[in-house]
Design a protein around this ligand. Sequence first.
Ligand code: SF4
Ligand code: SF4
Length: 186
Amino acid sequence: MAPLPGSGLAKGLAVTLRTMTRKSVTAQYPDAQPDLPPRSRGVIGLFEENCTVCMLCARECPDWCIYIDSHKETVPPAAPGGRERSRNVLDRFAIDFALCMYCGICIEVCPFDALFWSPEFEYAETDIHELTHERDKLREWMWTVPAPPALDPAAEEPKEIAAARKTAEKLAAAKAEPDEAQGGSS
Ligand code: SF4
Ligand code: SF4
């Protein structure tokens, strides 16, 4: 059956009337800041101290937008008679956010927890070159990375924390032993 003439218009007006009475959900950004979840993918922070320059993130990045330069440095032996070792020293670490597609692969593959998501997103630039963030800027983003969520109370203790706790207990026990021996001999 053919629709009645004007029924489309009536339907449209009905939708308009219905939505007119509803509360608006439009947020007046930037006056109203969005309440983002802590794990939002805004920008990537680099915790430079953890980076061993293994290059895994740069190799796995599908956009090839991570630029890393480094050089090798010889480290003297830890003990006399030992062998010299060499280590990578970071010269440049940059991410081009004009190319980045926020896939998070670099953060996932980093074996040393050197890359983190920050929910910060207000870094638009008028010059596209400014969207390449060098290591100092990436390091600064680390201050905006939220603390990790609390563990589930029923979860196993993370192995890093368990190892640190055992070492602390051993040290405390070793420190207590001479104290006890002194107390016993006096
Ligand atoms: S989030 Fe994805 S595209 Fe962006 S730098 Fe990391 S791996 Fe590359
Ligand atoms: S994967 Fe991690 S440790 Fe390796 S170069 Fe990238 S940030 Fe550094």
